[in-house]
Design a protein around this ligand. Structure first.
Ligand SMILES: Cc1ncc(COP(=O)(O)O)c(C=O)c1O
Length: 390
């Protein structure tokens, strides 16, 4: 597109569209991060985050991408040579596993087909087989952003409990927090990993750990080297609203505004909005006669949809055509799914007409790129949106 006008459609599954309210909140002079005004900001955002993680425990904020929070979760709780159980749900689970290996953990990656979440029965079996209780942590990606399949965290928790296994439970919610129901305390998760650039509607640059008492206790004996990611100095400084090193002050202004927005809408309404947009998107995909990548009806993501292309068609060519003609960015297939799927992000600051525009761009793109499909996907989605509009 030589001269794009109007707004770019950023429909990748994160970073997401940053609402004007958040952009305006960020657009303020940076303050002294050791002064009294900052302490108020620090306390406010740390308190607000607890509500989003649904925890009464501690949450820490790192100035980093989500990958940093992955590392923090591992290095604060584990020791060299510890056994860790991971599941190959997709690209991000595989990357977290690769990180665990680089950190000298004995990390097992249970193979998967990149089309479904973690099987709770398999978790139970693996833990029962570990009669020596060597496994120190079970790590699960709640919403696999590469496949659009969700893992059923409460059922996995129940499986760990049935096995009577003491392993820590570490969960990545980078593309689900503040988009899909998630309960750190109720589901007895020990470390929840999250990032700013998806459901929290912020630019990239902040990451989070929500930490259980059991994880805090584990941290006391954990021997992996840690410096920047160490929870202890962070938790200590946070007591008074401060940080042990220079925080990303302007992103914290944005976070305060985003937390207000989530509070005004109410988390149940936020989750329902995401679920409704996801359902409308799936109706469009089925009407087009295309195949959803997620193969289990119980595990569809609410924050994105991954769509498989018919054999012999390249998803990246379709995405390139849509970007060129309609100025819309869609998510590419990652890792094993490169060229085979494209992903529509429908999370964060998003509404019915943005979804209508997104699906219209996809339907026109399918036609322009010569991908075999039936027309009528947009109509199917609009019908559902109109029927369920309140
Ligand atoms: C589920 C999941 N985990 C981890 C990451 C890595 O986060 P980051 O790219 O912010 O480091 C991503 C990024 O998209 C993700 O979607």
């Amino acid at each position: 597109m030589a001269h794009p006008s109007g707004r770019h459609f950023l429909q990748i599954p994160g970073p997401t569209n940053v609402p004007d309210r958040v952009l305006r909140a960020i657009d303020r002079p940076t303050i002294d991060h050791r002064g009294p005004e900052f302490a108020q900001l620090g306390k406010e955002v740390l308190g607000g985050l607890r509500k989003v993680f649904q925890t009464s425990g501690r949450v820490v904020i790192f100035p980093s991408s989500g990958t940093g929070a992955w590392e923090a979760a591992l290095v604060n709780t584990l020791s060299p040579g510890d056994r860790v159980l991971m599941f190959e749900t997709g690209h991000f689970a595989s990357l977290w596993h690769a990180m665990a290996q680089r950190l000298d953990l004995r990390a097992e990656l249970v193979p998967g087909d990149w089309r479904r979440g973690v099987d709770p029965a398999l978790v139970e079996r693996k833990l029962r087989e570990d009669t020596q209780r060597e496994i120190r942590a079970v790590c699960v990606v709640h919403n696999e952003t590469s496949t659009a399949a969700m893992s059923r965290i409460p059922e996995i928790r129940a499986a760990i409990d049935r096995a009577g296994h003491p392993a820590l439970f570490l969960v990545d919610t980078i593309s689900s927090l503040a988009s899909m129901d998630y309960r750190h305390d109720e589901w007895k998760v020990d470390v929840t990993v999250a990032g700013s650039q998806k459901g929290l509607m912020l630019p990239p640059g902040l990451s989070f750990n929500a930490i259980s008492q059991k994880a805090l206790d584990a941290a006391r004996g954990a021997k992996l080297h840690r410096a920047y990611w160490d929870w202890q100095p962070m938790l200590q400084a946070n007591e008074s609203g401060f940080f042990p090193y220079t925080p990303a002050t302007n992103l914290l202004y944005g976070l305060r505004e985003a937390l207000h927005m989530l509070d005004e809408e109410g988390l149940p309404a936020v989750f329902a909005r995401h679920a409704r947009h996801a359902e409308a998107t799936r109706r469009a995909v089925r009407a087009w006669g295309l195949e959803l990548n997620c193969a289990d009806e119980r595990e569809h993501s609410s924050s994105l949809t991954a769509i498989r292309l018919p054999e012999g068609h390249d998803a990246d060519k379709l995405r390139a055509a849509i970007l060129e003609r309609f100025d819309m960015s869609l998510g590419q297939g990652l890792g094993k799914l490169k060229g085979k799927v494209f992903r529509i992000g429908h999370l964060g600051s998003f509404n019915d007409l943005m979804l209508a525009g997104t699906l219209s761009g996809v339907e026109m793109g399918l036609r322009i790129a010569g991908v075999p499909h039936r027309p009528g996907g947009v109509t199917a989605a609009l019908e559902y949106l109109a029927q369920t509009a309140t």
